[in-house]
Design a protein around this ligand. Structure first.
Ligand SMILES: C[S@@+](CC[C@H](N)C(=O)[O-])C[C@H]1O[C@@H](n2cnc3c(N)ncnc32)[C@H](O)[C@@H]1O
Length: 271
């Protein structure tokens, strides 16, 4: 049984954490796409100096994705990395697929991805809102039938934009293309997510403080949210399951954290 002083200490810590997060998140309401671009420009300019939390650079996590992709997708088709950020996953996808297009809503991210990928063959980057059906259909027209890879994008979108993203992807897939998605899916509420990354009422790790202060608030994306975004009448789930995402180190000289996540491979239902 939890002793009363422990329970009180935990409640006091939670209250301190809530106040810290609220203070960090205070800003005029902004469109999430603008927040993303300001974030990526700040990272490139060095005004945002902390590690980008989802950029683990360790490689073990991406190896798991590549193994699933090799088994479950047609690796003869090109692949589009939607919400590619600075392109680290796109560069690994280029090891397996004949052509890779990384697409991001942020021109700052696309500029950083392009310069970090100089010399990687069959890889290019474009600026595109992946929830915009016309923009995605235009890419489909240029590329022909393709697969889609998505890491850590659905969980930063509102449910309305999650459904718009799923609908927009449709023309990219043609007949044989499939979607591989992997999204953080931490059980519990926002505070559990923050505690999992090392936050307490006394201190929030610097990379997390930077993310809270600058980015849209993330949510869950698991089987339930996937079912809402990809209605069963139109989509087939070929495989899904629990996995983990790796983060960058939360402290100088420390190691990354693994956070609970959800992956799935989907395709269009052909009746
Ligand atoms: C959490 S980051 C993940 C980046 C990358 N997939 C990775 O795993 O390193 C989310 C990315 O999605 C991009 N993004 C957010 N909304 C988007 C949209 N509507 N269309 C395209 N990209 C979007 C952001 O700019 C950001 O680069």
């Amino acid at each position: 049984m939890v002793r009363l002083p422990d329970a009180l200490a935990k409640s006091a810590d939670t209250l301190r954490l809530v106040v810290r997060v609220a203070a960090l998140s205070l800003r005029f309401p902004r469109h999430p796409d603008s927040l993303w671009d300001e974030f990526w420009r700040g990272v490139a300019a060095g005004s945002l100096r902390e590690a980008v939390i989802w950029e683990a650079n360790a490689g073990g996590e991406m190896g798991q994705h590549l193994a699933r992709l090799a088994g479950l997708l047609d690796t003869g088709l090109p692949i589009v990395d939607l919400g590619c950020g600075t392109g680290a996953p796109s560069r690994r996808l280029a090891e397996l697929f004949p052509a890779v297009v990384g697409a991001d809503v942020s021109p700052g991210a696309v500029a950083a991805a392009t310069s970090a990928s100089a010399g990687v063959p069959h890889l290019k980057f474009v600026v595109l809102d992946a929830t915009d059906p016309e923009a995605v259909a235009g890419l489909a027209g240029d590329l022909g039938e393709a697969n889609v890879f998505i890491r850590g994008v659905f969980h930063v979108l509102s449910p309305r934009r999650q459904a718009a993203l799923a609908r927009a992807i449709d023309p990219l897939l043609g007949t044989h293309g499939r979607i591989y998605l992997v999204e953080s899916n931490v059980p519990g509420g926002a505070l559990d997510y923050l505690r999992g990354l090392g936050a307490t009422g006394r201190a929030i790790p610097a990379p997390l403080r930077q993310a809270i202060a600058t980015l849209p608030k993330p949510g869950h994306f698991g089987a339930q949210q996937r079912g809402r975004a990809f209605p069963a009448g139109h989509w087939t789930v070929f495989a899904d399951g629990a996995t983990t995402l790796e983060t960058a180190p939360m402290q100088d000289g420390g190691s990354g954290v693994t956070i609970p996540a959800y992956w799935a491979v989907l395709g269009k239902r052909h009746n």
